[in-house]
Design a binder for this molecule. Sequence first.
Ligand SMILES: *Cc1c(COP(=O)(O)O)cnc(C)c1O
Length: 412
Amino acid sequence: MNFNARLEDQDPEVFGFVSQELKRQRQHIELIASENFVSKAVLEAVGSVLTNKYAEGLPGKRYYGGCEYVDEVENIARERAKMLFGCDHVNVQPHSGANANFAVFYAMLRPGDNVLGMSLSHGGHLSHGGKMNISGNYYNSYYYGVDPVTEVIDYDEVERIALECKPKLIVCGASAYPRKIDFKRFADIAKKAGAYLLADIAHIAGLVVAGEHESPVPYADFVTTTTHKTLRGPRGGIVMCKEQYAAIIDKAVFPGTQGGPLMHVIAGKAVAFKEALSPEFNEYQKQIIRNAAAMAKRFTENGINLVSGGTDNHLMLLNLTDTGVTGKELQELLGEVSITANKNTIPNETLSPFVTSGLRIGTAAVTTRGMKEAEMEKIADFVTEIIRGKESAVPKVAEKVALLVKRFPMYE
Ligand SMILES: *Cc1c(COP(=O)(O)O)cnc(C)c1O
């Protein structure tokens, strides 16, 4: 044990797997819609000595000494988040998106209160009232979904359910929904039902910042997001709210549901927010959408069905029902050719969540890598070749993937 040794020498075993993971990220086409690649500056912040610091409390009001520099970092993160989203108040300490949501639940609800969220199998997130999550276990959850024909949220139906179950909180936002979300309509429904509105923009935060998706900030009482999806920051969450809820939300994050904040991650968030304030970031988000549109178009031309018929955002869901391959099988076959994507339930799913009839694909990560519409068409063709040819298509497609990723070096 040598305190000053490098990871490589101190722990070759862990170093080996970190190196393998870097290699995997370089060699694969990353299509998981919730993933992205952070800049080297963000990596450096997250790997910094700020991991050593306890800073329970808020800047200027800590329970520990020696917080003068981490206070500055957290204040910078807060100011930049406010600029990015135009919110009254923000807490940048949630360790994850689920924690950010739970802070809102904990602040505003008592166990047993009714909540209404989007059903998991229609694209919602488990922290929106999922039965296996605390949000659906300590609270009494109801669900809305998408229209069975259009596969788009039926707002009249949401309103009907809301007026019937009288939730104290309505949650909107999704993990696998390829269409725009009408936050104003959700706010109207919440108002009618006498509910608070929480908008969870985990997937679309980058699009919102760039003006490529309408912002919920003017309409929702609370807005949560992860920082690591389209926003392209380190793994983590934030909660935004109207000024009137600032104190209760801060208390719900700490000491309500968390202990010490991860100051190294907050530093990473600050850096990512600076990047997101730049004009290049808007261009990046525009390209994510152009890329998703190009890929969706190509899939459709190839005869592959997409849930809701296409996409308005960074992701799409392939409906594999008539293809003879399940989501699980396709995910595994794609893994063999170094394409990473995840199986996903589709609306009115008939298979188990471990098998599924869908595949979720997002373009945030490949866009960070510099790929454009031409590459998206190629990738859609690769996936289609695998769907059609299954195991027999693997050797040829694997070769083509290797050639493609070589042209887009990363973390050199
Ligand atoms: C990803 C996601 C989350 C959870 O984020 P974690 O950081 O994994 O806890 C919450 N809500 C939605 C809508 C998401 O897509």
